[in-house]
Design a protein around this ligand. Structure first.
Ligand SMILES: [Cu+2]
Length: 115
C-alpha cells in the first residue's frame, strides 16, 4: 500500500517518466490459457513454475457449461458456455495436479505439472 501511495505522489511530480519506470504489468502474475472445446481441455497439460502464483484463464467454447474441478487443488468453478473465467491459482509445490471437467469427466481431463 505504501508503495502505491508513493507511486501516486511520484506520478504527480514526475508524470510520464515514472510511468515508464513502473510499467503497469510489472506486478501481474503470469497467465496460462486453457480452453474447453468439444468437452475436452486444450491443452490437456499445463506447465508452471513451482512457488509462483498464476492465473488460469479458462475459456469455454462449447455450447454448454462446464465445471473446472480439481480435487487435488480443491477447486470447483463453473465456466458458462461461451464465457471466460479467470481463476487465481496459489503458488504450488512441485508435482502433478489433476483436473477434470466435471460435466464431461470421461473426456475432459487434464493436469497441471508444477516444476
Ligand atoms: Cu463439482
Amino acid at each position: 500500500m505504501t508503495a502505491l501511495v508513493k507511486a501516486g505522489i511520484g506520478a504527480l511530480v514526475l508524470g510520464a517518466a515514472l510511468v515508464a519506470a513502473f510499467p503497469s504489468g510489472a506486478q501481474e502474475v503470469p497467465e496460462v490459457a486453457l480452453q474447453i472445446e468439444q468437452n475436452r481441455f486444450q491443452p490437456e497439460e499445463i506447465r508452471v513454475k513451482a512457488g509462483q502464483a498464476f492465473v488460469l484463464v479458462i475459456t469455454n467454447k462449447d455450447k454448454g457449461p462446464e465445471e473446472f474441478e480439481s480435487k487435488d487443488l480443491r477447486i470447483e468453478k463453473v465456466i458458462p458456455a461461451g464465457k471466460t473465467v479467470r481463476l487465481r491459482m496459489p503458488a504450488l509445490k512441485a508435482g502433478s495436479y489433476a483436473f477434470v471437467g466435471e460435466y464431461h469427466e470421461k473426456t475432459a481431463k487434464g493436469r497441471i505439472i508444477v516444476e
